[in-house]
Ligand binder design. Structure first.
Ligand SMILES: O=C(O)C(=O)Cc1ccccc1
Length: 324
């Protein structure tokens, strides 16, 4: 099995994937030049899975991933990974801060170190690269003077650390997803799962509220909401929603069925185990709402059983029209 990931070697994405690789025995990891390229490799059949960053606790969504998830042919998330991130500034050996005229990073790397860069390298021009490790490679090639990236990139590209721990906000966590083609198998429910969808709806007052209500009335804890342009015309959007639960469970399944009746387009983007921050990190895991009384899986099962019993009562043919 081939797993494409946001490369080159030395990205946070590679670290995230490495942390779950034992669960994909025999997998071969293959660096892709960008998030879009990793998802394209998956869709083209050049990889069976793709691992890409989807959001960070500091900078929010990774737009290329959100957009890539709703392209066709359809893909689904089968796994999420939470990785605490720490940034360093890497340079060619012997470079001092005074020598740094250009510094490169992934947009999320720049966003998470903006204040540090303004304070310590105020005259450096900041350039964007498809990944933090691509920035490190550009330093090694002499295209830029410094990279904001994972400290581990130093040994991949023969660089040295000019400064470590340069992030503006401590305890930053990035969420990565492992994505498969939609015709592959669905992860079995674990009891602590997350389901992702993307929906479009008509433009009328209350349309989004109606979508949210389908989850609320079934006690589904929504864990994320994002919107992205549909790209068809200005003012039309995909709404991306994540909720606690698995499509195989009654509450989530019924909510999705209701959305199918209500939305102009609905994409199922996967049900997969909810990740926590790895042990040893001081960063907190995402919050989880307690179950709503009357809406637990056991409550749904009891209600379904009751309905099934009602429907199993012997039925009588309806009386025909009275003639004469
Ligand atoms: O570029 C990388 O190394 C990535 O994996 C994407 C990213 C960039 C910045 C913070 C977290 C993840």
């Amino acid at each position: 099995m081939r797993i494409a990931f946001l490369g080159p070697h030395g990205t946070f994405c590679e670290q995230a994937l490495g942390s779950v690789l034992d669960d994909f025995p025999g997998a071969r990891t293959e660096p892709a030049a960008s998030t879009t390229a990793a998802l394209d490799a998956l869709r083209a059949g050049d990889a069976e899975l793709a691992c890409v960053p989807i959001e960070s606790s500091v900078e929010g969504a990774v737009p290329a991933t959100m957009d890539g998830l709703v392209e066709t042919p359809p893909v689904v998330v089968i796994r999420e990974i939470l990785l605490p991130v720490r940034f360093g500034v890497l340079v060619r050996p012997g470079t001092t801060a005074a020598d740094v005229a250009t510094v490169a990073s992934h947009p999320h790397g720049e966003a998470q170190t903006r204040r540090w860069l303004a304070a310590h390298l105020p005259h450096a021009e900041v350039r964007m690269t498809p990944s933090t490790a691509a920035a490190a490679a550009a330093v090694a090639d002499g295209q830029v003077d410094a990279a904001v990236c994972a400290p581990v990139a130093a040994r991949h590209y023969g660089l040295e650390m000019l400064a470590d721990g340069v992030h503006d906000t401590g305890d930053a966590v990035t969420r990565f997803v492992v994505v498969a083609r939609a015709d592959s198998t669905l992860p079995a429910p674990t009891g602590t799962d997350r389901t992702s969808i993307a929906a479009t709806t008509v433009n009328e007052p209350g349309a989004l509220l109606a979508i949210l209500t389908e989850f609320a009335i079934r006690g589904v804890d929504l864990t994320r909401i994002e919107s992205r342009p549909s790209k068809a015309r200005l003012g039309t959007y995909w709404f991306f929603l994540d909720g606690a639960g698995h499509v195989a469970e009654a509450a989530m399944g019924e909510a999705l069925a209701a959305l199918h009746r209500r939305c102009t387009d609905l994409r199922f983007l996967g049900s997969y185990p909810r990740a926590t921050v790895p042990p040893g990190s001081t960063a907190p895991s995402p919050p989880v709402a307690p179950p709503v009384p009357g809406q637990t899986p056991a409550d749904h099962a009891a209600a379904a059983e009751w309905l099934h019993a009602l429907r199993s009562l012997p039925s009588r043919a309806a009386a025909g029209p009275v003639v004469g």
